[in-house]
Write a protein that binds this ligand. Structure first.
Ligand code: COA
Length: 260
């Protein structure tokens, strides 16, 4: 399966979506934003896919940002629409009902870091460089960067990255909580697929409830969040996987989650 700006391949129940503009360091132009939105819509609805890995083609970049060539001559109204289009796509990724892992294989700058931040987990190569360099173009982040970085890494790190525009290396990103793991570049794919397969063998309804709880909880007060968690906790008791998981523990065997 492929789109002209994406490469999409299924490995069992893990779908790998690669942004495929390596000669432009996978910069996000309008058609790439559209293709990604379409791909995530289809993937959300496809019960055969349990986990998504999002990455960039080529050895250099995850995504080096929004496409500067395409942005340069936009009118203010067109720029607002471009920002909204990117934000909607990234919200789609964030609200996916199955885990999405960003495999950050190189530069994740501007829209690239914004895209990585809307994924549920971020695994970075030790060679990756991450940042919000928009200030160097006289711009600000427009795909949610100021908001998601603030929630992920706090005010001090957000202001440092956004105000200076200076990229950070993967280990600093790990210290700041911007990425979950740093892996030697040569092992990035194998380690990421191992994590993806581990999640793919878990109970998908429980994973979905967990994603919903964390998404909703990050955006509401503690009382509503706790109430939502209780409702989701009750809901997973309707699944066969919950019965299987608890029974397998009591019978001292490995559970086999069928996704029901
Ligand atoms: N938008 C459009 N094209 C981009 C791009 C972007 N965000 N980032 C890289 N490219 C293109 C370059 O223009 C170049 O195209 P060309 O070969 O047709 O000239 C190609 O990708 C390779 O990039 P290049 O700059 O030659 O690679 P490099 O290794 O010297 O530098 C970076 C890599 C990431 C440091 C540099 O490309 C860069 O600073 N990119 C912009 C990052 C940015 O500001 N992102 C935020 C945008 S809002």
């Amino acid at each position: 399966m492929s789109d002209n700006v994406l490469k999409i391949a299924d490995h069992g129940t893990v779908r790998v979506i690669a942004i495929d503009r390596p000669d432009k360091l996978n910069a996000l132009n309008a058609s790439t934003l559209e293709a990604l939105h379409r791909a995530f819509d289809q993937t959300a609805a496809d019960a055969a896919v349990r986990v998504v890995v999002l990455t960039g083609s080529g050895p250099k970049a995850f995504v080096a940002g929004a496409d500067i060539a395409e942005m340069a001559d936009l009118t203010p109204m067109e720029a607002r629409d471009f920002s909204l289009r990117g934000q909607r796509m990234m919200r789609r990724v964030e609200r996916m009902p199955k885990p999405v892992i960003a495999m950050v294989n190189g530069f994740a700058l501007g829209g690239g870091l914004e895209l990585a931040m809307c994924c549920h987990l971020r695994i970075a190569a030790d060679t990756a460089r991450l940042g919000q360099p928009e200030i160097n173009l006289g711009l600000i982040p427009g795909f949610g960067g100021t908001q998601r970085l603030l929630r992920l890494a706090g005010r001090a790190a957000t202001l440092e990255l956004c105000l200076t525009g200076a990229p950070i290396d993967a280990n600093r990103a790990l210290q700041l909580g911007v990425v979950n793991r740093v892996i030697p570049a040569a092992e990035l794919e194998a380690e990421t697929m191992q994590l993806a397969n581990q999640l793919a063998s878990s109970a998908p309804h429980a994973l979905r409830s967990m994603l919903d709880c964390v998404n909703i909880g990050g955006e509401c007060g503690i009382e509503e969040g706790l109430e939502y968690e209780s409702a989701q906790f009750g809901l997973v008791f309707a699944t066969q996987d919950m019965r299987e998981g608890t029974r397998a523990f009591l019978e001292k065997r490995k559970p086999a989650f069928a996704g029901h």
